[in-house]
Design a protein around this ligand. Structure first.
Ligand code: HEC
Length: 264
């Protein structure tokens, strides 16, 4: 009887796709490895409206909270992709909004529709009720291999969130972290390596005219164009006029952080 049961279990396991591994680093820098597959406990089938597969793929996904557990509202979760690209999403959006994040687990047969003939796997962050939670396009990271739990960006990146910032510049910092930090470093802080540092050696507010800078951030190609240009366009919904002004205020005020050093 037990033998039969064991046989059945092993047969069942043979049918599953092999486990995919996900690394999780907590706030104290301890790491944990999860081996997940589409039959892992907590996984359900989910069809959501998303951009990569246009809703054509029914995902097998696990609630993100099963992996990270509930995070304090001030924490930030960093999603690291297989190509090193990383995105930060505040715990406030993940666990304190109307949307629910799931980690879709790659199943054989996901279309290879991403750049370089790749799929969105091994893990792809998808959302239930994305609209109600006002989840932005850049908050659907794919090809995830690693999660890192961090403090609030204002604490984690204190060096670029100095006390002297005005309240407008403070909200500009938040806009920066959410939309720009994935590609740009500032004062050599951050993991990004796609676009230039936005304060060193020189700050764009020093070499762009104010109007041109606003235009550039909204739509880089309206200022200058070349074939391998990578910076995306930001629509009104992602980045309001007010966000852009706050961002520019932040860039203007953060200049001091370098000038003070140079003066010494
Ligand atoms: C997907 C990556 C990416 C994101 C996101 C991004 N940028 Fe860029 N940015 C670039 C790259 C790459 C360049 C260099 C030009 C190019 O190749 O597009 C650039 C250039 C710039 C420049 C011009 C610098 C110069 O000296 O030419 C500014 C200013 C700038 N970005 C600001 C921003 C701001 C502000 C945000 C956030 C709202 C942002 N970028 C978001 C990738 C990005």
């Amino acid at each position: 009887m037990y033998k039969n049961l064991l046989f059945l279990v092993s047969l069942f396991c043979a049918c599953t796709t092999h486990a995919l591994s996900l690394k999780l680093t907590d706030i104290n820098n301890n790491t944990q490895q999860f081996d997940l597959n589409i039959n892992s406990i907590g996984v359900r089938t989910l069809s959501v409206k998303e951009n990569t597969y246009q809703g054509k793929v029914p995902f097998k996904a696990m609630p993100l909270i099963n992996i990270t557990k509930e995070l304090p509202i001030t924490a930030t979760l960093k999603f690291i992709a297989s190509d090193g690209f990383s995105s930060l999403i505040p715990a406030e959006t993940l666990f304190y909004s109307k949307a629910t994040p799931y980690l879709a687990i790659e199943e054989s047969g996901w279309p290879k529709s991403l750049r370089g003939g790749k799929t969105a796997g091994p893990f792809y962050l998808i959302w239930e009720n994305a609209e109600a939670g006002q989840i932005k396009q850049e908050q659907w990271p794919f090809q995830i291999t690693e999660l890192v739990i961090q403090q609030d960006a204002k604490i984690q990146y204190k060096a670029i969130f100095p006390d002297y910032l005005s309240s407008k510049a403070q909200s500009g910092f938040e806009v920066f972290v959410k939309n720009c930090f994935v590609c740009h470093q500032l004062n050599h802080i951050g993991d990004a390596a796609i676009g230039p540092d936005l304060n060193q050696p020189m700050n764009p507010t020093d070499y762009f005219q104010a109007e041109a800078l606003k235009k550039f951030i909204r739509d880089p190609r309206s200022v200058r164009q070349w074939q391998s240009m990578l910076m995306p366009t930001f629509d009104q919904e992602t980045l309001s006029e007010r966000d852009i002004l706050a961002l520019i205020q932040y860039l203007t005020e953060i200049k001091q952080s370098v000038e003070v050093e140079i003066d010494r």
